[in-house]
Write a protein that binds this ligand. Sequence first.
Ligand SMILES: [Fe+2]
Ligand SMILES: [Fe+2]
Length: 179
Amino acid sequence: MREEIGQKHRYAHSARVARCAEILAVRYGADPGKARVAGLLHDIARLYTPERLLAECAARGLAIHEAERAAPVLLHARLGAALARERFAVTDPEVLSAIEKHTLGDADMSPLDCALYLADGLEPGRAFAERAALWELAKIDRTAAMRATLALTIGYVRARGLSPAPRALAAARAFGVET
Ligand SMILES: [Fe+2]
Ligand SMILES: [Fe+2]
């Protein structure tokens, strides 16, 4: 993975996410080994250019939604799951689901999906004011942490004058956030 990802900074993030996801998985009754694999591999396509993301998704017949056409970086989650399968022989549907959902979330999220989503957003390398408190919350209450993190993310996107992706809104609503 260190070679594949091609950047120290992104690898360090992935290693921290793996560790945090493992911690949360234990708390949520999910498999910590699966969380660690998902954490290590989740950003495998994160450094691809927009052109490459669009081309590689098209080559695999992955549907490209409107929000992804406008912001191809979003595709690194679904393409990442495809690459985890192709390059690292990951076949576990729970691991692949967590990788697919790590950026926007989803209306239907398992405890493992949440462990990766929260680990990615709340690992100690993230620098925003609410991070530490949200991480503490994530360790004790999965639903409350998902609700708070999704609400914060959507608020942040809107504050920048952008529209949240439909999947992010669906995820937020599923956890009881008023959108
Ligand atoms: Fe990512
Ligand atoms: Fe990430």
